[in-house]
Structure formats: C-alpha cells, structure tokens
Ligand binder design. Structure first.
Ligand code: ADP
Length: 459
C-alpha cells in the first residue's frame, strides 16, 4: 500500500470516527442532561418531603414542651432535658428560651449531661457530630392557654443528610459520565471500523478499476446499504469488463472484416497502376463491389453501436402484439410470394406487451430476414406468439437449411456468420435488444431441416 493511499485511508477513517464520536456524544449528553434534570427534581421532592417531616416533628416537640410546662406549672429542667434528647433523636437541635430570651436548656447542655454510654448510643443514631454550624435556628413561640411562655429555637440536622445524598448522586453522575465517555469512545471505534471496512474495500476496488484492472471486485457481506452498494459496484465492474471485451472484439472483428476488401482493392489498383490489370468497366465494377462491401461493414458497425445505445434507451409502451406483428409481416408478403414461400401466422389469444415497438420490430425483421435467406422455394416460414410463464414469446421458424450443431453456439456473436453474404451482426443486434428488455432469444435448429428463433420478453 502506498504512502498516499495510507494517508487518505487514515484521514477517511478518522473523519468517520469523529462523526460517529460526535453523534454518540450528543446522544449521551442528551441522556445525561435528562438524568441530571431527573435528579434535580428528585432532590427537590426529597427536600419537600424532609421539610414536611421535620415540621411535624417540631410541632410534636412543641406540644411536649408546652405539656411539661403545664404539668409542672413552670420550667422543669429534668423534663426539658428528656424532651431535648428526644428532639435530638428526632433529628432536631433545639434551644428553649424563656420570655427574657435566656436559654433554659439547649441540645449541647442536655447531651453533655448524659452518661458517656448514653452519649455514645445517641451519637450512633443521630447526626449530632455532623451538625452544620452555619445553619440558622428557626424560632417557634411557646404558648399555654393563649399566653406566651417562651421560645423554642430549632435547627434541623437533615442538611447533612441531604448533603450526603447530593454528594452521592454527584459521584454517581460523575461515574456515569466517565462510563458513558468510555463506552462512547469504544463504540465509535468499533462502529467506525465496522463501517469503514467495506468502504475501504470499495475504495481499493474502485482505485484498481480506475487504474485499468477491470477484473477487480469487492466481496459482498452483510445485508445493509453497503451490501447493495457492493453488489451495484460489482455489477458496474462486470459491465465495464464486458464492454471493454466487446470493444476489443469489435475492433479486431472490424479490422479483420475490412482487411479482405481493402486487400482486394489495393491489389486491383496496384495492378492498374502497373498496367497489369486493365482499368476497364469490368474491373472498375469489381472495385465498386468491394467498396460497397466496406460500406456495408461500416453500416453494420453503425447499426451495432446504435443497437448498443438504444439498448440503453428503451422507451416502453403498450403493444397489441397481433396487429403489431401483422403490420411487420405484411412488409415481407411480396418477397414471400416472389420466392414462393408459404407463410403462416399462428396467433392464439390477444397479447398485450409492454416494450419498445421500434426495438421489437427490429428484432422480428432481423429474424424474418434470416429465415428468408435460409429458406428455399416451396419452404415454410411461420411466426407464432403466445405466453409462457411470465413471458411473452414470439417464435420465428423456417424449414430452411438449418444450422450445424458446431455453429449453433456462436451464431449470436458479433461478425459470426455461417454463410457468405451477411455481416454476422443481425442476431447479435437482436439478442442485445431482447436483453435490454430483460428478455432473451433461444435458437433451435436441425441441420438440413430448419430452425426456430424464439424471443422471450417478460410482460
Ligand atoms: P447475418 O447478418 O450475416 O445474417 P446473423 O447474425 O443474422 O448474421 O446470423 C449469423 C449466422 O447464423 C448467419 O451467417 C446464418 O448463416 C446463420 N443463421 C441465422 N439465422 C438462420 C436461420 N434461420 N437458418 C439458418 N441459418 C441461420
């Protein structure tokens, strides 16, 4: 592989890889932002839920403190201690203040009064060690029978829990980002490799063809557009190879065909110049005939190249086969009579065919002309039509001299002729035109007895 090809290939591979990567990244970013929005919504709901829970707990603590005040007709430190520890276990840090804004008890004092074993136990079930000092206390007034007795100040411990929750979800998000990033890169590499592999092969094959190696093909694998592209590519390469072969064959055939008349003309003219051959009417006539032969060959070449062009430009339309063939056959009726040939038109049902009328008539004329050439006075020629599976057939048969089995496989080849006179192009043109319709021509012959040529065209 050349350095330049290597470079182009690497560039192509990289550009596809990058495109894949970007597309996958955009998709993943969408998915991650959706996950982020979902997380935000969940945290908001979670916060509402916690706040609601906490508010309930605060009101329960207030009710207990007010109950204790009423029970003991004033502030009872032991009872307040109990309430404070209970509030702590509910996740609340509190301060109970009297009307003079003096702290009667707060969580820290109540906690310190506990025995070390109790402290350890409570620490284990509360967030006291994690209390965030920057959160403000919220005040709640304390009442007994409509009279204010003091104030409860509360600070929730849950922000630490929330922080922990957010921290965890952040970590999770970061991990997902990393995992998705790795997956995206991996997928981009695998996919772009998988996608570029057949493209690379197509690129090699196309380069080989453009460099003149018309035998180059790509292997067909998979079932997607690339497979169809490979199939089309191979078909194109096959056509190119076939066209190239035909072109070479045509040139050599033409050269071969022209050589004989030109050699004859050259010899005659040289003889005339040397005075060995008289330039009389008889010799000039023979020269004229040779020139006519050259003209016929050139006309034939024109016909075949025209057939090639028209094979590419088929203008299909509805043809009513019976009247259509009748009008063609009528053009030959005079010749049939003059040659003393019996003609029969065997036509059963009315058939409609979707085809190019000019091309079909050219096929029929070529086959009829051949039958006429092969059939002697008193012989028979017939045209028969019908349907066979999904095809319409037109059979042109004769009781002429037939074709030798050795010649039969080659009669459709360009310039292949059995008898002298023709150019050997009529059948190859007919075959080309039938194939342009997706059809075919089948030849059968018994030497000495007659032949039949059947054109099959799908309808
Ligand atoms: P040409 O233009 O020379 O007739 P074709 O391609 O039409 O060339 O035919 C090729 C050869 O096949 C001819 O040379 C001819 O001998 C033979 N051939 C074609 N049709 C018939 C037929 N109906 N009966 C016998 N031979 C035939």
């Amino acid at each position: 592989m050349g350095l330049a090809t290597d470079l182009v290939e690497r560039k192509m591979f990289r550009s596809i890889w990058i495109k894949f990567f970007i597309v996958l990244l955009i998709v993943s970013l969408f998915a991650l932002s959706a996950a982020y929005i979902l997380r935000e919504l969940m945290i908001r709901d979670f916060r509402y839920y916690l706040e609601g829970e906490m508010e309930d707990k605060v009101y329960r603590v207030i009710a207990n403190i007010e109950g204790s005040y009423e029970k003991y007709s004033g502030w009872n430190i032991d009872s307040l201690n109990e309430n404070t520890i209970w509030a702590l276990m509910l996740g609340l840090e509190i301060k109970i203040k009297d009307l003079n804004n003096r702290i009667i008890i707060d969580t820290e004092t109540a906690f310190n009064k506990l025995s070390p074993s109790m402290q350890r136990r409570i620490k284990a079930i509360t967030d006291i060690g994690l209390i965030s000092k920057d959160k403000d206390f919220s005040p709640y007034p304390l009442f007994i029978s409509g009279k204010e007795i003091g104030r409860l100040e509360v600070r929730f411990l849950y922000p630490e829990k929330e922080f922990f929750f957010i921290e965890r979800s952040n970590r999770f998000l970061l991990f997902s980002l990393f995992a998705v990033g790795c997956a995206v890169t991996l997928f981009s590499i695998i996919f772009s490799r998988k996608l570029t592999e057949p493209i690379k092969k197509l690129d090699y094959a196309a380069s080989a063809i453009s460099a003149g190696d018309l035998k180059s093909r790509v292997e067909i694998a998979g079932s997607d557009e690339i497979k169809r592209l490979s199939e089309t590519f191979n078909k194109m390469a096959e056509n190119l190879e076939k066209q190239d072969l035909l072109r070479k064959k045509l040139i050599s055939n033409v050269a071969h065909e022209l050589r004989t008349p030109i050699t004859v003309i050259k010899g005659e003219v040289e003889g005339m110049m040397d005075g060995l051959v008289p330039a009389d009417k008889e010799h000039l006539l023979s020269l004229y005939e040779e020139i006519n032969r050259i003209k016929k060959i050139l006309d034939g070449i024109e016909d075949i190249s025209q057939a090639e062009v028209s094979a590419m430009w088929i203008k299909k339309q509805k043809i009513h086969l019976k009247p259509f063939l009748k009008s063609i056959v009528e053009r030959f009726s005079r010749i049939f009579i003059d040659k003393g040939i019996n003609f029969e038109f065997i036509n059963g049902e009315e058939i409609e065919l979707n085809a190019d009328p000019d091309r079909i008539s050219q096929i029929v004329i070529n086959l009829l002309s051949n039958a006429l050439k092969a059939t002697e006075r008193g012989g028979n020629i017939w045209v028969k039509t019908g349907k066979h599976d999904s095809e319409v057939f037109i059979e042109i048969g004769d009781t002429g001299h037939g074709i030798k089995p050795d010649d039969l496989p080659y009669i459709f080849e360009r310039f292949y002729k059995v008898s002298e006179g023709g150019l050997g192009l009529g059948l190859s043109i007919a075959k080309e035109l039938a194939e342009a319709h997706g059809g075919r021509i089948v030849a059968k012959s018994t030497y000495g007895k007659g032949s039949s040529f059947t054109v099959f065209i799908p309808y």
